[in-house]
Design a protein around this ligand. Structure first.
Ligand code: ADP
Ligand code: MG
Length: 422
């Protein structure tokens, strides 16, 4: 078996944890598997780097910014590799013929090619030649997550949680048998266990549900890693690096349906605290204004969510939409630029920053009417008012006051019978 093991920030957060990862990888290898590691920066490090950059320019998305925030992973792969080689030496695994057991590798060294969208780059190709050569020699490649290199040889980064996507892309490129995501929780829960102590661990979940949960704020997996895993039908195993128990398997829907007598309606609750709402008022209702606004935002790779356009009154319209907090300043700058164009010169811009989105997700919803209205009732009973609503086949999302997010998550979790039974 070829196994790709990804270790997140907390899992390599201290020297003691790094030694644990080294021994874990060597133990996996001793059981007969070929092992490839993908490693994130030590916990807290990327935040520290972002803070440094922000002191100079608060808007991300530049060559310099990516070059700098990618450096945490370089330290981590160096340390993990050093730890593996040191532990291997203690185990008597280092010899003249086999001078090293692990080799640290940065994205560009193994040709992780991406596009040029700094801070949100997408992986386009990975060259597996060097990896295969090392694996054949019994070496464990220790690869820096979160980073790649663009056609101009600039270092790029893949967005928050991007190491998950690095791991899945590498596993797909190597046609690995398994991709294990080691983190600080035992698996994927029915909601963020930090927001709701009654959350339950899910033993199996479909790619579709996991994609929705991830895109709606469950940061346990980056959404793009789940999209890629689904595309290549690569099974993911989300598990704890602190506790060797079985975690959560993310698998194809067909595999799940055949095992469950009755489909659960709501699989999980997600929350995303970092939402900013823009309201654009006093826009002349002319053909093409929406295209102009959202075209400009999308050209800057800003993902816009929950768009609402009011009925025109006296030829004037109001458009509201939300973006993630990391896109806040960039979006503001682009909208300010649009105000300088003749067709949008009368536009006024209002921002609301302390908003959260709570969502319920479940493939079973498609066949059960009344799920959305039950959600609205539960929120109303908890005294939480809803500012915007969006739905799709397998999810319902409500925008609410950010201060009420924990209360909302807990009341939905209980209301949809997700609480752990003691
Ligand atoms: P890593 O550094 O290992 O990538 P992350 O912090 O990115 O770890 O992701 C793990 C965290 O995701 C958990 O500590 C938990 O608070 C959060 N989380 C949010 N939603 C969920 C969920 N549904 N199930 C499990 N964890 C969740
Ligand atoms: Mg993560």
């Amino acid at each position: 078996m070829l196994v790709v093991q990804k270790f997140g920030g907390t899992s390599v957060g201290t020297i003691e944890r790094i030694r644990h990862v080294a021994n874990w990888a060597l133990d996996s290898q001793a059981r007969g598997d070929d092992v490839v590691l993908v490693v994130s920066a030590m916990s807290g490090e990327t935040n520290r780097l972002v803070e440094l950059a922000t002191q100079i320019n608060p808007i991300p998305y530049s060559r310099e910014y990516d070059m700098m925030i990618a450096s945490g992973e370089q330290v981590a792969v160096g340390l993990v590799s050093l730890a593996i080689n040191t532990e291997a030496e203690k185990r008597g695994l280092i010899s003249k013929e086999q001078a090293y057991r692990a080799r640290p590798l940065l994205g560009h060294q193994i040709g992780i090619r991406t596009d040029s969208v700094f801070s949100k780059a997408r992986i386009q190709a990975i060259d597996t030649q060097l990896l295969r050569k090392e694996i054949l020699k019994g070496v464990i490649p220790v690869i820096a997550g979160f980073q790649g290199v663009d056609p101009e040889n600039n270092i790029t980064t893949l967005g928050r949680g991007g190491s998950d996507t690095s791991a899945v892309a590498i596993a797909a490129a190597l046609r690995a048998d398994d991709c294990e995501i080691y983190t600080d929780v035992d698996g994927v829960y029915t909601t963020d266990p930090r927001l709701c102590p009654r959350a339950r661990k899910i033993s199996r979940i479909s790619y579709e549900e996991m994609m929705e949960l991830a895109s709606l704020g469950a940061k346990v997996l980056q959404i793009r890693s789940v999209e890629l895993a689904a595309k290549y039908k690569l099974p993911l195993h989300v598990r704890s690096s602190f506790n060797p128990v079985e975690g959560t398997r993310v698998v194809a829907k067909e595999l799940l349906l055949s095992q469950q007598m009755e489909q659960v309606v709501v699989a999980g609750v997600a929350a995303d605290k970092d939402q900013v709402k823009f309201t654009l008022q006093n826009i002349q209702d002319k053909a093409g204004v929406a295209a102009q606004i959202f075209g400009a935002l999308s050209a800057a790779s800003i993902v816009v969510d929950v768009i609402v356009q009011d009925v025109p009154s006296n030829g004037i319209i109001t458009v509201s939409f939300t973006v993630g907090k990391s896109d806040h300043l960039n979006a503001r700058q682009i909208l300010a630029g649009l105000q300088a164009t003749p067709s949008l010169s009368s536009m006024k811009m209002v921002e609301e920053t302390d908003l959260a989105k709570v969502s319920i997700v479940g493939v079973g919803m498609q066949h059960h009417p009344g799920v959305a209205s039950r959600m609205f009732t539960l929120l109303a009973e908890a005294g939480i008012s809803i500012k915007l609503i969006t739905t799709s086949e397998i999810k319902v999302s409500c925008m609410i006051d950010g201060a009420l997010v924990q209360k909302a998550v807990q009341c939905l979790h209980t209301g949809f019978n997700l609480d752990r039974v003691e």
